[in-house]
Design a protein around this ligand. Structure first.
Ligand SMILES: *Cc1c(COP(=O)(O)O)cnc(C)c1O
Length: 411
């Protein structure tokens, strides 16, 4: 069956033919058969250089030997027990060892579960109910954080939740100050670099300002580092920007391609989690040995090889090329970046929303025809993996030069 047949078949069984909405695009997505290093291969046998990387988790690329070895070893021993394994302590040590704010962690199965539980913990610790998030921030698909400035992002979310989840623009400290003054906030949750509104870095002083506001009003600061964790630095954005939150949520990279999430904080906060404390969290698959093993192997490679430095340099050079070639703004932080087809700088999601969707889609299509796969949404990021080579960089530049009529200069 080719991709078109598989899509028709899936569409009759799965809404939209997919299991997460961003995965479909016009006229239909290619169906993948395998991946290796920086490349993926569709069922027709076409090769694509992969800047999607499973939407972020595969920081070492597809099928990294160290990850495969760790997973195979775990598979031989058994996949799941519901009884503690050493694998959990090993990944716990990696996280506590690298992430400044995390003295203890609890593993869960997704970023969604991580932020859901982090917010519950913050509410319990502070003894207040309201949470402030930023417009365009994405913290997974659970009800209490599925909001944007206009209201909830989906039918089916109780209207009452709107009273406890406040939304304000990213990079506007004055508005945050004002909201913190007028509301009893338990927590402020923020993606330190917005990675679900394209790629939007914090302006100078923004994260420090959030830290100060939280300190002044006894609010917990939660960094949602599901994308930035172990990607901008081993210690994540909190190390990269040198601002320490109270609570961190992790996911994606720390599972080495397997389902995972985690939330962590200083001991005093984490000791409130059941069974040590009263704040409920449980999960059949939490601390899954295969995810733990793949994650630990991934972090060991990051510790021993200069993956973060190399991928960041790759992204910086490619972003610069794309910016100069296109004449449009390209935001880049470490190994992640995005182009915005609009005038002027993009410092919040309103800027990202103004980027020309049609042009972005044409860019995505044109690159795909040249064997390069980028996430098919202007609100995602291009990700670079440790497997991306100088040859891959040269090939991507060539394909960008090949894009017809999209750019303001060159092209
Ligand atoms: C992907 C993501 C999540 C959700 O993680 P899932 O594993 O998809 O549930 C949460 N927060 C951020 C910042 C993310 O990018």
């Amino acid at each position: 069956m080719d991709s078109k047949d598989l899509y028709e078949r899936s569409k009759s069984l799965l809404p939209g033919g997919v299991n997460s909405p961003v995965r479909t695009f016009d006229p239909y997505p290619f169906f993948v058969k395998s991946g290796s290093g920086s490349k993926i291969y569709d069922v027709e046998g076409n090769e694509y250089l992969d800047y999607c990387l499973g939407y972020g988790p595969l920081f070492l690329g597809h099928g990294h030997p160290a990850v495969l070895k760790a997973v195979k070893e775990q598979l031989e021993k058994g996949v799941h027990f519901g009884v503690p394994t050493e694998a959990e302590a090993r990944l716990g040590e990696k996280i506590a060892g690298h992430v400044p704010c995390a003295e203890m962690v609890r593993f869960v199965n997704s970023g969604t579960e991580a932020t859901m539980n982090a917010v519950r913990l913050a509410r319990a610790y502070v003894g207040r109910e309201k949470v402030l998030m930023f417009d365009g921030g994405y913290h997974g698909s659970h009800d209490s954080l599925l909001f944007e400035s206009r209201g909830s992002k989906s039918p089916g979310i109780p209207r009452s939740l709107k009273n406890s989840t406040l939304v304000t623009p990213f990079n506007d400290l004055e508005k945050v100050e004002d909201i913190a003054k007028r509301n009893e906030l338990a927590a402020i949750i923020v993606e330190p670099v917005m990675g679900n509104s394209g790629c939007i870095p914090p302006v100078e002083g923004f994260l420090e300002g959030l830290r100060n506001i939280c300190d002044d009003s006894d609010i917990l600061l939660i960094f949602d580092e599901v994308i930035t964790g172990f990607r901008l630095a081993l210690g994540g954005a909190q190390e990269y920007f040198d601002v320490r939150p109270d609570v961190v949520t992790l996911g994606k990279v720390i599972g080495g391609g397997f389902p995972i999430g985690a939330f962590g904080a200083r001991r005093e906060i984490m000791e409130m989690v059941k069974p040590e404390g009263e704040v409920f969290h449980a999960g059949t698959f939490s601390g899954h040995p295969v995810s733990m093993s793949a994650g630990t192997a991934t972090i060991e490679v990051l510790e021993n090889e200069e993956v973060i430095e190399r991928t960041s340099s790759f992204a910086e050079r490619l972003a610069k090329f794309l910016r100069e070639e296109s004449g449009y703004p390209v935001n880049q932080v470490g190994p992640m970046f995005q182009i915005f087809f609009k005038e002027g700088k993009v410092k919040d999601v309103d800027g990202a929303r103004k980027s020309d969707e049609d042009k972005f889609k044409r860019l995505q299509r044109s690159l795909m025809e040249d064997g390069i796969f980028i996430p098919p949404s202007r609100f995602e990021c291009w990700f670079v993996s440790g497997a991306h080579s100088e040859e891959d960089l040269a090939g991507t530049k060539k394909a960008i030069k090949n894009c017809p009529n999209l750019f303001r200069q060159g092209g």
